[in-house]
Design a protein around this ligand. Structure first.
Ligand code: URA
Ligand code: SF4
Length: 242
């Protein structure tokens, strides 16, 4: 109902009713969850996750309500880096600092990860970094398998869009999610696995948070990184000669 008509009816002492959405104060933002839900509904109704481009995928994740972790987040942590990167680093979940800033691996563990990448000759923006789940679990607990599964289409789509030469799975949660196994990191690290139908090389190593507690494991992680670098190079050679 337009404003002039309401004013006329008011002046005549006739009560008016308006739909809830029309009753908002001018300039007042809609509640965030309503905006997010509408955006998700419109995106997901039209296009399956496996067909989204980078922007639509990030948009869908930002409004995602697929698992209970959405309730505790300040913001989603989608992932960051170059869409042309050869390396994809996969961690487990945002922590407190990541949840505040919306960027993966920016806390203490992240600084260690940056140092390890720098030792390989990579700056942070030369790789792509993402997590198994995009929302922070309460009290930094590990994401549960059902939460990892709920979030899986997003990470799988990130991998499909990126087509990395090498995936480095840091820690148990990432390794087990991407390889579909229950084996511990100690048994998975030190060899080249394959991810998905495309057979992308995947190397497992210790999580940087674990290395902060057990610095003596850094030597093993360094060997894993060297193995990953060589698998990435080999992939590049195969692509050239194929
Ligand atoms: N920060 C992240 O973004 N992921 C982890 O796995 C740990 C810290
Ligand atoms: Fe959605 Fe993943 Fe966040 Fe769960 S963790 S609400 S599936 S984005």
């Amino acid at each position: 109902m337009d404003a002039r008509r309401i004013a006329c009816l008011d002046a005549m002492g006739i009560p008016t009713w308006t739909r809830r959405a029309d009753r908002q104060l001018p300039g007042a933002p809609e509640p965030l969850h309503a905006v997010q839900a509408a955006r998700v509904a419109s995106t997901q109704a039209e296009i399956p996750v496996a067909a989204l481009d980078w922007d639509a995928l990030a948009d869908t994740v930002s409004g995602c309500l697929r698992c209970p972790l959405h309730a505790g987040r300040t913001r989603t942590v989608f992932g960051i880096g170059s869409h042309q990167a050869d390396w994809l680093i996969v961690g487990e979940a945002p922590g407190a600092e990541e949840d505040r800033r919306g960027e993966p691996f920016v806390g203490r563990a992240g600084r260690l990860l940056d140092g390890m990448l720098a030792a390989l000759g990579y700056a942070r923006d030369g790789v792509y970094i993402a997590n198994v789940v995009k929302c922070r679990p309460p009290e930094n607990r590990d994401p549960r398998p059902d939460e990892a599964q709920a979030c899986a289409p997003y990470l799988d789509r990130q991998i499909a869009l990126l087509e990395p030469r090498i995936i480095l799975a840091v820690g148990r949660v990432a390794a087990q999610r991407l390889l579909g196994t229950d084996s511990p990191v100690g048994r998975l690290r030190g060899k080249v696995h394959r991810y998905g139908a495309g057979g992308i090389p995947l190397v497992v190593t210790w999580h940087p948070a674990y290395l902060l507690r057990r610095p003596e494991a850094k030597a093993e992680t360094w060997r894993d990184l060297v193995l990953a670098a060589s698998a990435a190079r080999q992939g590049a050679t195969e692509a050239v000669t194929a």
